[in-house]
Design a protein around this ligand. Sequence first.
Ligand code: ATP
Length: 317
Amino acid sequence: MSDEPVISARGLTKRYGDTVAVDGLDLEIGRGEVFGLLGPNGAGKTTTILMLLGLTEPTEGTVRVLGLDPARNPLAIKRRVGYLPDAVGFYEGLTGRENLRYTARLNRMDPDEAEARIDMLVDRVGLADAADRPAGTYSRGMLQRLGIADALVKDPDVLILDEPTAAIDPEGVSEMLDLIRTLATDQGVTQLISSHHLQQVQEVCDRVAIFVSGRIVASGTTHELAVGGAGPERLELRIDGGRDDLVRALEGVPGIDDIRPGRRPGSWEVVVAREHAGEAVRALAAGGIEILELRRASEELDEIYRRYFQEVTTHAG
Ligand code: ATP
């Protein structure tokens, strides 16, 4: 039973008239896994989330969350799945804490238990000092923190976060990511995160899917995506020397496409056919070049993302 995926979708499709928002999505997310759904505006992320929550019905295909069909069991799903929507809404006249109490009451939690949990949560999301101020006075970032606390009040098994870090300052983002990781590791909370913030997602997700026009065009760990991708390898180097030294050392290596300044100051980028990348690195060492730093630029998530997008748009156009 525990090996069953917590979230699964098969051929999941949602059409709005002629618009296909989600197009035959297959997905499996295991217990305690943090899964990132990445894609541009209009890719179909929110529509997918709404189907997982039972808030909109699929046109075709099946979806199961905790073994349940969300469209048929919306209340059971609501009890066990925490959701942070894209735009969070709270009662502005109530304090942060009162808003959380309201959610606890809706979920029929024992008041004492709820109070202890709310204390713990406001602290965990960094709102302890603001919890007794009206939510109407909160910044967007604070509302988002409150939104995460709100999604966690009922101690859910699954947490679905739509752009959880969009309005939060950098320090808040790293606290949020720590919280997401802790929930997964310590409590086995399964999490689906939709995001445009590629670097953040890379840090916190076990697996990601790149979602374009309602379809997953690639999924896996960032490493798997990098290796599975087409296109040349890009080696970013800092060396004790200049471009001429690189050109000399790489002279006999096949598949060298370009040697150009890298994106980081003082670095160089060697663009080389994947199958000759190892040979290029060996040639640099053999050529007496002192390598101060070496990075596979093509393994960075934003790079992977761009590449898959290019492939998709090239094929489509
Ligand atoms: P964003 O990051 O901008 O929120 P998204 O990936 O969440 O984008 P969706 O909101 O799921 O994308 O939208 C996918 C497609 O479905 C878009 O073309 C959108 O216009 C369309 N769509 C979404 N909801 C509806 C609706 N209720 N009626 C008609 N079309 C819709």
